[in-house]
Ligand binder design. Structure first.
Ligand code: FES
Length: 146
């Protein structure tokens, strides 16, 4: 069996929703300290709906495929649904990732969560802190804009 599914290869070769949203309502940036990969997600939010989403990922093929699939899964969806998106669901939608690449899908889940939290924070919207655990503590990640 090939290491990567056709879907992974497709989303890696033709990633959906790549780019940035200049006037994003929420931006989430996360990184994995071990591999050094960084993912940034931009959300445009209309009412409670994610009307647009874009990503920039400085990372491996699985991270790019995960970002692409994750953006497809949350586009046009309510925030509550996006908050429920797990890395497992992203990996499943890609027809699986090798075990040692599952952490790449975790970045997608975390970046979306971070972008929603950013939106809530910027707009003074109250939320249950339990929804946004900080899995890595305070880590410094910088992502250069073009
Ligand atoms: Fe780190 Fe894929 S190897 S995100």
């Amino acid at each position: 069996m090939a290491l990567y599914s056709e879907k992974v290869m497709d989303h890696f070769n033709n990633p959906r929703n790549v780019g940035i949203i200049e006037d994003a309502d929420g931006i989430g940036e996360v990184g994995n300290a071990k591999c050094g990969d960084i993912m940034k997600i931009y959300l445009k939010i209309d009412g409670d709906i994610i009307s647009d989403v874009k990503f920039k990922t400085f990372g491996c093929g699985s991270a790019i495929a995960s970002s692409s699939m994750a953006t497809e899964l949350i586009k046009g969806k309510p925030l509550s649904q996006a908050l429920e998106l797990t890395n497992k669901a992203v990996a499943e939608a890609l027809d699986g990732l090798p075990a040692h690449k599952m952490h790449c899908s975790v970045l997608a889940e975390e970046a979306i969560r971070a972008a929603i939290k950013d939106y809530y924070d910027k707009n003074g919207i109250e939320y249950d802190k339990i929804l946004f655990p900080d899995p890595h503590g305070e880590e410094e990640h910088h992502f250069e804009e073009d």
